[in-house]
Design a protein around this ligand. Structure first.
Ligand code: NAP
Length: 493
């Protein structure tokens, strides 16, 4: 691919989701104007633009799953649906006049560090080029769909759709649908599929812990109150955040501390599923929290219906018109829905980010992603990742993590401006120490010892490369100021 003459930028941001937009807003608020946000999608929103399966919503209360600097008094539900979250982000783009900075349908195919110029060189699929002093990779930890490796999948003659690539015109009525997977996406879409399909087979490999979803509509009076009394909204947000933080010890110290949630989940399952043997098949046999705890009120009741079947023995193969289970039973299928998750432990495509000496970030991360403070990576100068390695959470809102990282980015940029610094590259030793600390904290964590297989652990190394083992407050504290002593610096005055 040849490229044209590059456009110069101070900051190039890849990704127009929560991370990329948050960074763009805060850059603008600090007076930085020479930046651009790139996204391959046709709209802003990141995961909330892309995931369009029916029932898609956030399982973190929206009061907390939004920016602290841009509270929204108009949420219509405690847990906002996808479209409302996307509308929130679109409103921010208007409010902060970001439109002229966002390049949609622009897929950055390569961002390479040019040692001589001390700049990142970005190239898109059509050959356009940019040169940036700082690169912000806000790619999202869960943006690359994982397709299962099931024999015969490629020969299926009906329609196949991954939950992340849902087609809004997909016809389900009068059709026999199979859903593979029973994770967070599946429990949201299955009730909707069940309402439309003639027959629904759900292939469960591992049952999940599911607790009730304390959702409710927020009426016009409450919305008006939140609008009139901003402190009330702050108080509500603080309350949700503080209660969420209290869950950390159950994840890190002892699962016995989660006894209340375990009992609640068992009660919920037995109450909602009519047949005891079916309820038993959906009983998880690992520690609660080892996989993401799901919130759903309408999932279990689906299985009380005649036209829905839970298949637990595994899939042997897929034939052009059927799914064959491990017992050899063939179930005729017209539509195959793969709710099989994401390549969370392999989040960056090969050839996308190339650092010093031509190192490919994806290759550097073959034994699992690692970074310093989830944000900077040794060998990749002036690169800042948002929601990089070990920044996902099992207990709270990742928007809190994004805000901590943006603050760190801005502090680093201030340092560069003040000191005339050209490049910042985290020292390999600092990165090693950070990851040793993570490993120590994960040694007894439920994600590492809870007896389940999850996307949190790297499949080969077994290392937890995704979850922040601590409080969001602890992360904020560690990223509260930029720490230049941990960096190799060039060009300082
Ligand atoms: P996921 O949690 O990774 O679930 C994937 C499901 O597919 C699991 O049930 C898995 O079984 C199954 N599966 C994968 N490969 C399979 C195979 N070859 N054969 C049979 N079954 C297979 O993915 P997800 O549901 O898309 O959710 C991923 C994450 O996205 C969540 O944990 C959450 O962080 C986020 N998410 C959030 C929301 C929200 O409300 N905020 C909604 C959706 C997603 P095993 O369990 O046995 O591996």
């Amino acid at each position: 691919m040849t490229c044209d003459e590059p456009t110069d930028l101070k900051v190039a941001i890849i990704g127009a989701g929560f991370g990329g937009l948050g960074a763009a807003i805060q850059l603008r608020q600090r007076g930085v104007e020479n930046f651009a946000v790139f996204d391959k999608a046709g709209g802003v929103g990141g995961t909330w633009w892309v995931n369009r399966y029916p029932g898609c919503a956030c399982d973190v209360p929206s009061r907390l799953y939004s920016f602290s600097f841009a509270p929204n008094p108009d949420w219509t539900r405690r847990y906002a649906p996808r479209a409302e979250i996307q509308a929130y982000l679109e409103a921010l783009v208007r409010q902060y006049r970001l439109n002229d900075r966002i390049r949609l349908r622009t897929e950055i195919t390569r961002a390479a560090w040019d040692e001589q110029q001390r700049r990142w060189h970005l190239c898109d699929a059509s050959g356009r080029q940019w040169r940036a002093h700082v690169l912000v990779a806000a790619l999202g930890g869960l943006s690359r769909p994982a397709w299962p490796d099931i024999p015969g999948l490629g020969d299926f003659a009906g329609e196949v759709v991954h939950s992340q690539q849902w087609q809004e015109d997909l016809k389900l009525s009068e059709r026999r649908v199979a859903v593979v997977g029973t994770g967070a996406s599946a429990v949201q879409l299955i009730p909707h599929v069940a309402r439309q399909a003639k027959r629904l087979d759900v292939y469960q490999r591992t049952p999940n812990w599911i607790i009730p979803r304390p959702d409710r509509a927020i009426g016009p009076r409450w919305r008006a109150l939140y609008r009139r009394l901003p402190w009330l909204q702050k108080l509500a947000r603080f309350g949700i955040w503080a209660v969420s933080e209290t869950r950390v010890p159950a994840f890190l110290l002892s699962n016995r501390l989660a006894a209340g949630h375990r009992l609640l989940a068992h009660w919920h399952r037995r109450r909602q599923i009519d047949a005891p043997d079916l309820a038993e098949q959906m009983r998880p046999d690992y520690d609660i929290g080892c996989k993401r705890v799901l919130l759903a009120n309408d999932y279990y009741p689906v299985f009380n219906q005649e036209h829905v079947e839970l298949v637990t023995g595994g899939i042997d193969r897929i034939e052009p018109d059927a799914v064959v289970d491990a017992d050899g039973r063939r179930r005729a299928t017209d539509v195959l829905v793969l709710a099989t998750g994401f390549k969370a432990t392999d989040p960056v495509p090969e050839g996308l980010i190339i650092g010093r000496n031509g190192q490919d970030l994806a290759a550097t991360w073959q034994a699992g992603p690692q970074a310093y403070k989830g944000t900077t990576v040794s060998g990749f100068p002036n690169l800042f990742m948002l929601l990089g390695p070990n920044t996902a959470l099992g207990h709270n809102s990742v928007v809190m993590m994004i805000e901590s990282q943006i603050r760190y980015l801005l502090e680093a940029m201030d340092h560069m401006d003040r000191r005339g610094v050209e490049t910042l590259e985290v020292r390999a030793g600092a990165q090693q120490q950070w990851n040793a600390m993570l490993a120590r904290r994960h040694r007894h964590s439920v994600w590492n010892t809870g007896g389940c297989r999850s996307w949190y652990l790297h499949p080969e190394s077994g290392r937890n490369t995704t979850i922040w083992p601590g409080y969001t407050l602890g992360f904020r504290w560690r990223l509260r100021r930029f720490d230049p002593e941990r960096y190799l610096v060039t060009g300082s005055a």
